[in-house]
Design a protein around this ligand. Structure first.
Ligand SMILES: O=C[C@H](O)COP(=O)(O)O
Length: 251
């Protein structure tokens, strides 16, 4: 059975009490097995959530980090700080960070390298705008983002990288890419990875789809050949919905 990774990206949502209640509800129901469940939480909740998740099938991720270990970067959080508290994964280059916080392909690459240097698994986000899709530039954009993000990584590191393909026009809009369209981009992304490494390595890379994923469409998305999971925003906020998404991975 292939490995499936369902990551819930809470973005800037939930108080600590709400986050704790969510974990209490989800942890006993997280199935484990071939399906990995990851909660991507705001920085301030990470220590408490890591503590709660110990010994469970739920992993805890940060939604961003700096690439330096320490220094004069007011307001930032380093990879060392994340590993120190037991965080295992980190989202890098989400389109909201690219758009609102000037994240670039170069900083995504620096952060991806820093994640591996500190034993963190990166979830690297890529995706095109509606204008780019309509101009038939999707693969130029997505392929370029993937190549730049993975530049300088070892084959082993590429194997471990999680790629999240999120068409920007489908994020939080209720507009999901059709499962066939999403799969086509994920398959072509795998080919790009094969070109820079090898087919064997590309086959092992987990490629998630993200953008208005919900319990109603997860089965169809996961039935596609090249979609190995999902990065979920809105539908990951409620425990019941998140558990349904994770359970879909076990089917
Ligand atoms: O990180 C998650 C994505 O931005 C998708 O968000 P959404 O599921 O609310 O569309």
């Amino acid at each position: 059975m292939r490995k499936v990774i369902i990551a819930g990206n809470w973005k800037m949502n939930k108080t600590l009490a709400e986050a704790s209640d969510f974990m209490d509800a989800v942890i006993p129901k997280a199935p484990g097995g071939n399906t990995e469940a990851i909660v991507c939480a705001p920085f301030v909740h990470l220590p408490a959530l890591v503590e709660k998740a110990k010994g469970s099938n739920v992993k805890v991720a940060a939604q961003n980090m700096h690439f330096e270990e320490s220094g004069a970067y007011t307001g930032e959080v380093s990879p060392t700080m994340l590993t120190d508290i037991g965080v295992t994964h980190v989202v890098i280059g989400h389109s909201e960070r690219r758009e609102y916080y000037a994240e670039t392909d170069e900083s995504v690459n620096q952060k991806t390298k820093a994640a591996f240097a500190h034993g963190l698994t990166p979830i690297v986000c890529v995706g095109e705008t509606l204008e780019q899709r309509e101009a038939n530039e999707t693969m130029d954009v997505v392929g370029g983002q993937v190549k730049k993000a993975l530049a300088g990584l070892s084959d082993e590191q590429v194997t471990q990288t999680i790629i999240a393909y999120e068409p920007i026009w489908a994020i939080g809009t209720g507009k999901t890419a059709s499962s066939e369209d999403a799969n086509e981009v994920c398959a072509k992304t795998r080919k790009v990875i094969a070109e820079i490494t090898s087919g064997d390595i590309a086959d092992q890379v987990v490629i998630q789809y993200g953008g208005s994923v919900k319990p109603a469409n997860i089965d169809e998305l996961l039935s596609q050949s090249d979609i190995d999971g999902a990065l979920v925003g809105g539908a990951s906020l409620e425990p019941e919905s998140f558990v349904q998404l994770v359970e879909a991975g076990t089917k």
